[in-house]
Ligand binder design. Structure first.
Ligand SMILES: NC(=O)c1ccc[n+]([C@@H]2O[C@H](COP(=O)([O-])OP(=O)(O)OC[C@H]3O[C@@H](n4cnc5c(N)ncnc54)[C@H](OP(=O)(O)O)[C@@H]3O)[C@@H](O)[C@H]2O)c1
Length: 301
């Protein structure tokens, strides 16, 4: 329901309340579009970006479209001080948080857009690890530094942000929604090592310590140039394990906080910088899943 000033209102315990959201990595791509769609529904959204200039510019554009309910705040998910500063801003400005969309992400790999374009890969083949891997071998590079940054952003970045915001999320009268933007690359079936697949899928024994141990082993093998020998997936290896770990962490969180609706989503293969613009979906289509999960009714999963 909308209020007279167009802001979203939710009915809770005989009172109408506004909802407040944070989207990480929102200066471009799926994150920016997620902010636009949430703000269009009247939610007050904090658009965050690690780069102040890129973030304020993106916010200015949304203001030009009449979305004055978008506020900018700097956030680098690798930087604890930056996370604390945003948490303090939310506490002081809104007093709580209703929706957290952990969207910021990086591929952990590098390739020249033109080299990939020249391969003219069928979009359907990108979804098939084996086929795409053979096609792009030698064109996509993944160093230890890129892999470490990828895991630190896609997995530990989400953990850092979520843990810092949990006290604010617990104050949501609507039962907070947490959306972790994952990827089909993190599907368990894409992990060739059976005992790691088993560990990551068993909710009874799943633990953050167990995920840490898996990531430590992965980074050790990446450093030793031993990924293939130790049977890790070779299609975007760091990205894949970071998102598989994120899925597992989402399940741990959902079990621990049954009063919140905590989910992860694969946005599809979207035309953004991350996919070097090979994706077949528009950002409008790619953001739909995040927005749907952010606005789940109370009966949602
Ligand atoms: N596009 C797809 O097909 C696809 C498929 C599956 C999953 N995903 C996931 O969707 C999410 C969004 O990706 P996208 O395709 O929209 O990519 P994108 O256009 O490259 O956007 C990624 C965003 O993350 C930000 N970011 C990176 N490191 C950060 C950090 N340390 N702190 C804060 N922000 C940081 C980037 O900021 P800068 O501009 O400063 O670099 C950028 O705003 C990611 O989690 C990605 O893994 C995308």
């Amino acid at each position: 329901m909308g209020s007279a000033d167009g802001r979203d209102l939710a009915y809770r315990g005989c009172v109408w309340v506004y909802r407040y959201a944070v989207v990480t990595g929102a200066n471009k791509g799926i994150g920016l579009e997620t902010v636009r769609q949430l703000a269009s529904q009247g939610i007050t959204v904090v658009l965050t970006a690690r780069d102040e200039k890129r973030g304020t510019e993106a916010t200015r554009k949304l203001h030009q479209f009449g979305l004055s309910n978008v506020v900018f705040h700097q956030l680098d998910v690798l930087d604890s001080l930056s996370i604390q500063s945003l948490a303090k801003f939310i506490q002081d400005t809104f007093g709580r948080l209703d929706i957290l969309v952990n969207n910021a992400g990086t591929s952990g790999a590098e390739a020249d857009e033109k080299d990939i374009e020249a391969l003219n890969i069928d979009p359907a083949d990108w979804q098939l690890s084996g086929k795409a891997r053979n096609l792009v071998q030698g064109i996509i590079t993944h160093t230890y530094e890129q892999g470490e940054a990828c895991i630190n952003t896609n997995y530990y970045g989400v953990k850092r942000v979520t843990e810092s915001f949990l006290p604010l999320l617990q104050l949501s009268p609507t039962g907070a929604r947490i959306v972790n933007v994952s990827s089909c690359r993190g599907e368990l079936k894409r992990i060739p090592i059976q005992h790691i697949r088993n560990e990551l899928q068993d909710i009874k024994t799943l633990s953050e310590e167990g995920i840490d141990a898996t990531l430590k082993k992965f980074l050790h093998d990446l450093k030793d140039n031993a990924l293939e020998a130790n049977e890790w997936t070779m299609m975007l290896p760091s990205y894949s394990i970071s998102k598989a770990s994120l899925n597992a962490y989402t399940r741990i969180l959902a079990k621990k906080y049954p009063n919140m609706l905590i989910n992860c989503v694969h946005p599809g293969f979207v035309n953004t910088d991350l996919t070097l613009h090979n994706g077949i979906l528009t950002v409008e289509e790619g953001a739909k899943g995040s927005v749907m999960l952010a606005l789940l009714p109370d009966t949602g999963p």
